[in-house]
Every structure is written in C-alpha cells, then in structure tokens.
Design a protein around this ligand. Structure first.
Ligand SMILES: [Fe+2]
Length: 328
C-alpha cells in the first residue's frame, strides 16, 4: 500500500463578465497518483463523500424531512456546484416535505405533459414502472438530454426522490460537459463558441446508434405547435464561470445560420465526443435517497427500466426540476 501524501491548494476564479469572485480551498489526499478529494464532515454532522469515478458525491447526516437551515442548504448547494451530482441518502419524505426541499433550489417547473404530473402536487413529476404503463410513456428518458432544454429558461437543477426502487439497475448516466468542452481541439472551440442552437420538443434528430427512439412525448399542446427556443451551444456555468458544452442532444434540432444537414452533423459530432466513457458517471436514486443534478454542468440519460408490479422491482420516483440558480 502506498503512503498518503497531503496537499493543500487554493483555487481562485474571477470571471469578469459575470461580476463575481470566489476562492475555495481544497484538501487532497493522494495515493498512487490518484487524487481523492476528502470533503469533511461539517459542524452540523453532514458529510460529503466523493463517489468513485470522475465526479459526484454522496451526502449523509442531513434530514430533509425537517426544515434545512440556510447554512446546511448552502453546504448542499456548494457540494452540487463542486461535484455536479449528489446522492442524499437515508431520507423518508412525504410529498410536502420533498416539495419544500425542492423549492429551496428555486421555482419548480410544471412539466409540459399533464399525465406525468402528481395530481395533488402538480410540480412533482411521477416516474413509475407499473406494468400497465402505455408503451409511449415507457423509457421516455432513455436518450441523452438536458432537462427542459426545450424551454427558456431551461431547468437548472433536477432531483429524484425514490419512494420505491429496485436495489440494482435503474441508474442514470451523467456526462461532465465542462470536461467534454475542455477536451475539444482548440479549432473546434473557436468554431462553436458563439453558436446558437435551436431546441424544441419532438424535433430531435441526433440519435446515436443504439439510442432509444420510441416514446414520442405528447404535451398539452401538439408538438408542432409548441414554441422553439435558442440556447448557446457553449455556456458559462452560472456559478463557476466554466465553459460548458450545453445540450448538443435531446431537443436540439438545428443551429442558427447553418444549413440543417451541416448543423445536425456538427451536433452529432459533439454528442459523440461528449458521450465518451471518460466523461461519464453513473448514479441511482435507491429507495430512500434523493439524486440531484446540475443541468448546467451535466447531460444525462436514463437506463432501461423493467416494467413490473412485483415486490422488489417496483419503482416510484418523484422528480422536481427548478429554474433558478442558487447564489453562493
Ligand atoms: Fe431527464
């Protein structure tokens, strides 16, 4: 076993155009050349532990059924900024308690499709695997996308609370889109930095080989009549200022000022680049946990779900997506 080395670093960032400054201290323990961030436990007992793999963290020692203090919430939001996805473990929440936690992140988005909304709490999106689920609603998230990128503003944060979930499978895959941008050749960065992408529900034509193509979403208005929106292909993360490749997938269907075939080819090339294993993490909302992700930092895809009403196979998730950005 190799000895641990201790390193303290202070990192600064000053993105002038966003008008803010932050500094943070990182303590790293290194073994065998692999640095592992050892985020500490805090005074209130909360711990943040990095997941194995390129990014993500687990949080323990916080009870979301109780009002979360401003300090504790800031710790959680800071952890999300730093790790992109969080698994908050050991929770038992009723719907009002979960919604109260979701609202700490900002204004919840009412999902465009009424049939997915929880009847009493329409800002909760119900995700289940009942055997009577119509075919068009099965595995609807089984493609690379960013939540609500077909709206403006899109979702900033998404969370899933698992009231029931199988002990294995049902993972969500995540891609670090800042790392994907950083790894692009300089010429490609120059080419795409100022491009605007057209987004709309039902217009995606960027599927990769083997990617799910079924389950066309049906909203409360026909797909053809829903508005389209433009988002920059490269954004500045609203909290870190890092350049991020934003949603070259999902609802993207064109690039402003570019021939459609050329636009689709470019977006597909970027999507293939971003979906490399080296940028990928996997995480699941197991029963009693809340999985949270930063839509300005990651792109994601569900994995295939088994449709079953049997004990140990049922899945009942409540999703909340919010629009606002937490100030840190
Ligand atoms: Fe999603």
């Amino acid at each position: 076993m190799q000895p641990f080395r201790f390193r303290l670093s202070i990192q600064g960032r000053q993105p002038v155009e966003l008008g803010w400054i932050y500094w943070r201290m990182a303590i790293k323990f290194e073994r065998g050349g692999n640095a592992v961030s050892a985020e500490s436990s805090f005074a209130n007992g909360m711990t943040v532990t990095p997941l194995a793999g390129p990014f993500g963290a687990a949080i323990n020692g916080v009870d979301l059924s109780q009002p979360v203090s401003q300090d504790a919430f800031k710790r959680i939001a800071t952890a999300l900024r730093d790790h992109h996805i969080l698994v908050i473990e050991e929770q038992k929440l009723d719907k009002p308690q979960y919604l109260a936690f979701g609202q700490r992140w900002g204004t919840p988005i009412t999902f465009f499709n009424p049939s997915h909304r929880e009847v009493e709490y329409p800002n909760l999106i119900v995700i289940h695997n009942r055997e009577d689920t119509p075919q068009e609603f099965r595995n609807g998230a089984l493609h690379w996308h960013v939540d609500s990128s077909y709206e403006d503003p899109p979702a900033s944060v998404t969370m899933l609370y698992a009231a029931e979930a199988p002990a294995v499978g049902n993972e969500t895959l995540f891609l670090d889109m800042a790392a994907a941008y950083d790894a692009l050749p300089a010429a490609m960065k120059t080419r795409i930095d100022d491009l605007l992408v057209e987004h709309g529900i039902g217009d995606a034509r960027l599927y990769l080989e083997g990617e799910y193509r079924g389950g066309v979403m049906k909203g409360d208005a026909p797909v053809q009549t829903r508005p389209t929106f433009r988002h920059p292909l490269v954004i500045r993360h609203p909290q870190t200022g890092a350049k991020v490749l934003y949603a070259p997938a999902g609802s993207a269907f064109g690039i402003v000022g570019m021939d459609t075939d050329d636009a689709i080819a470019l977006l597909r090339e970027l999507k293939m680049h971003a979906t490399q294993e080296r940028f990928m993490q996997r995480a699941a909302a197991r029963a009693g946990s809340v999985l949270v992700w930063d839509n300005y930092a990651v792109m994601h895809s569900a994995t295939p779900t088994r449709y079953s009403d049997r004990d140990g196979e049922r899945r009942l998730l409540y999703r909340i997506s919010t629009r606002d950005v937490v100030s840190l």
